[in-house]
Design a binder for this molecule. Sequence first.
Ligand code: FAD
Ligand code: EPU
Length: 348
Amino acid sequence: MIETNCSLKAFNTFSIDATAHILFHLSDLTQLAELSALVKKMRVQNKPILILGAGSNILFCDDFSGLIIKVELLGISIETTENDYILQVGAGENWHDLVTYCIDNDMGGLENLALIPGVVGAAPVQNIGAYGSEFKDFCVALEYLDLDTGKLHKVSNAQCQFAYRDSIFKQANMRSALITQVTLKLAKQWQPKQRNASLSDALDVSAKSIYQSICQVRAEKLPDPSELGNAGSFFKNPVVKKEVADKLRAENPNMPYYPQDAEHVKLAAGWLIEKADLKGRQIGGAAVHKKQALVLINKGNASAQDVIKLAELVRQSIKDKFNIELQHEVRFMDKLGETDLARAIQNV
Ligand code: FAD
Ligand code: EPU
């Protein structure tokens, strides 16, 4: 199905009111010929193309002047081998529903990744992660469509170059790669992943009880996008030189501190933002969430400009106070395609 000049408000969890020039709902690979023709037309006209899942990691800074392809490819198939369950999952399946389905069918493993919004096809893009688990821990391979050639390709886990909130799908030369299906492996011999201090001690060790605890903790801390627009953590947690982290820790002994290797430490951006006294800070309809400072929220009528100005205030304050440069996790889209905070702030 193709729509023109349609509102994107329901298609991004920030609930920003922008429009898409063309919105293509891709629900079946039989639509490929039609899609390829449209992609060609966009390329000739020099119009941008955006692949969209559930819009839970996107800020629409402006109306989008080109083609948005909303990935709605469904289907789950499960094979059993001696030691594992092998799942083939369509990119348009809802991620949390997949986690719940696995838990309900005694296939543990994904429980730490419960309640992450979005669809399965977006999960590899930033290698979603929470509570010690990441998408890469379960991904065997995935399939993508090269929008420019119309060809399907299969890539292995190693080829995806997964890292903290990163993969090859974030590289500029992979912007035409539309993930169609992922292959996941869940071990029959389930092992709990490391516990997290913020999970209750009463946790018993079944995949289902961990799933329930994670859902509870997340529901307490993170705003539900159906009630308060947001895109989860707005910034990534910064990885800094050990000397920088050690100096800060000497001044703040309770500061969260996550060693990465001998020379680098990951810091909690939420802690830095709270320390800079920005919890609850508001610009227009956008605010720093009071329960989790790493989340910027739409209090109801925020414009993209409000969110951009607030993000810049946060970035600059953390730079001034700690000399640490925050990078945004949320993907910024403007009229002509992907942009970033540094460029977006010039236009508000
Ligand atoms: P979108 O926002 O639609 O797209 C995100 C990016 O992926 C875009 O660049 C898009 O072009 C690309 N993309 C989407 N689908 C495809 C595809 N099929 N092929 C190629 N590219 C594609 N993230 C975490 O990692 N951990 C968390 O704990 C977490 N918690 C969150 C909590 C809340 C309340 C919210 C709102 C967000 C949270 N997020 C978290 C961020 C977000 O849920 C994830 O990034 C998610 O994977 C985005 O899925 P989506 O379908 O909404 O993708
Ligand atoms: N903290 C504060 N104040 C705050 C927020 C956090 O002091 O306002 C402190 C907490 O007390 C804790 C530490 O910072 O000591 C870390 O906080 P939390 O456990 O809430 O996790 P986070 O680092 O803020 C990351 C991910 C989340 C993921 C959680 C759970 C990033 C950018 N964010 O958040 O992912 O759900 O860990 O594992 O890595 C997302 O990417 O959108 C996202 C929500």
